[in-house]
Design a protein around this ligand. Structure first.
Ligand SMILES: *Cc1c(COP(=O)(O)O)cnc(C)c1O
Length: 382
């Protein structure tokens, strides 16, 4: 196409998908303005995209920060943030009961580059983490709540023990900005895997990091180099998803609590891990920090491994799988699904018993799901 003035109508209700990689400048004066940050125009597809920008502005507002970045996945958001902000000989303290790939990054990869990593155990009931591991840390990384037991940590206690210059980073994938505002409790950065509740339809893999302008610009430089960027189409789907995040979370919070209460009262259920129930070990922290409890419910059956398998096999509504936050309800027997490759001792160490099941609800109502669970428990018993 020739270098003519490009004109087209621009009154689409939704932002069009900008699939392009290259952007043109009007003249050299505009190039200068771009580098001085005085105009909002794009330069190249790994650095800029209007669909990203729309999502980044919205997620920054939801997380209550100045600025945000979108990434190709939640893991990419975490790895790029760690690479940007940690250096050789720094110490990272993290909640050990976290997403397994996050743990592998912290245990296997960061130490290769001379970063010391220490895991803190959120089941320490008083949440009295030792001063030593926190006060030496350059970064403290918390997953709030944790997966699959939905453990919480007392973030204000942790913040108080941290060095004034240390960074507090919170992975709030399981709570979303609707149920937990990490920024209000002193988090410097809030991370989400947008592949779960934020995407909300099981069709998007993405991640986000939100924080102050300075921190985000620093991480942006690393994203520009490391290239963990997302497709424009993905950002457009996420912008669609954010329009319904609030009503979807209201559904998950309401139906999640109904299902958790039903399970709690069932005689074949030994223990339910749901922060909205008084019996969750961290219910007192949930009251302080969370405004809703979401659609993931883990529970232990009063059965052996085989009978538990019979139960999950008998369910008709949930698919067997380990995603959450989409339209489809999902179920997994943790010991033979996500944690299959661990030894029995390793599973015991992180509280994964043979009868532990993780249910994530979909967008259906509670009646049909309760009836399904009821029947499957009956079958498992015989
Ligand atoms: C899924 C998940 C991640 C990883 O996100 P991806 O988008 O799958 O890379 C990180 N943290 C938590 C808590 C998660 O549930």
């Amino acid at each position: 196409m020739s270098k003519q003035k490009k004109q087209s109508y621009r009154n689409s209700c939704l932002t069009p998908i900008y699939q392009n990689i290259a952007y043109f400048f009007e003249d050299t004066a505009q190039v200068r303005q771009y580098y001085e940050g005085k105009v909002s125009v794009g330069r190249y597809g790994r650095y800029d995209n209007p669909n990203w920008l729309e999502f980044e502005n919205k997620i920054a507002a939801l997380d209550n920060y100045e600025s945000a970045l979108i990434f190709s996945s939640g893991m990419n958001a975490i790895t790029t943030t760690a690479c940007a902000l940690l250096e050789q000989n720094d110490t990272l303290a993290y909640t050990g009961r976290c997403y397994r790939k996050t743990k592998q990054l912290f245990r296997q990869i960061l130490p290769k580059w001379g970063i010391k990593t220490i895991s803190i155990n959120p089941t320490n009931n008083d949440n009295n983490f030792s001063n030593k591991c926190l006060e030496n840390a350059k970064m403290v990384f918390l997953e709030m709540p944790s997966n699959p037991h939905l453990y919480l940590v007392d973030i204000t206690k942790i913040k108080r023990k941290m060095h004034a210059d240390a960074l507090l980073v919170v992975d709030s994938t399981l709570s979303t900005p609707l149920n937990f505002q990490a920024q209000k409790w002193g988090a410097d950065l809030t991370i989400h895997s947008c592949s779960k509740y934020i995407g909300g339809h099981g069709d998007v893999l993405a991640g986000s990091v939100a924080g102050s302008k300075d921190l985000i610009e620093h991480i942006r430089n690393y994203r520009n180099i490391m290239g963990g960027v997302t497709a424009p189409n993905t950002a457009s789907l996420l912008n669609r998803s954010l329009e319904t995040l609030e009503i979807r979370m209201q559904h998950f919070n309401t139906v999640g609590l109904e299902i958790a209460e039903y399970l709690y009262h069932h005689h074949q259920v030994k223990q339910v891990f749901y922060t909205g129930l008084k019996t969750h070990p961290h219910h007192h922290l949930a009251k302080k920090y969370l405004t809703g409890h979401g659609g993931v419910i883990s529970f232990e059956l009063d059965m052996n491994e085989k009978a538990t398998s019979k139960f999950v096999d008998a369910l008709q509504i949930p698919c067997m799988g380990s995603n959450f936050g989409s339209g489809q309800a999902m179920i997994e027997q943790c010991s033979i699904f996500t944690y299959y490759n661990l030894s029995p001792q390793e599973r015991q160490d992180i509280g994964i018993s043979d009868s532990l099941v993780r249910l994530s609800i979909g967008y259906g109502n509670s009646d049909a799901l309760i009836e399904d669970i009821d029947k499957a428990l009956e079958i498992a018993n015989h």
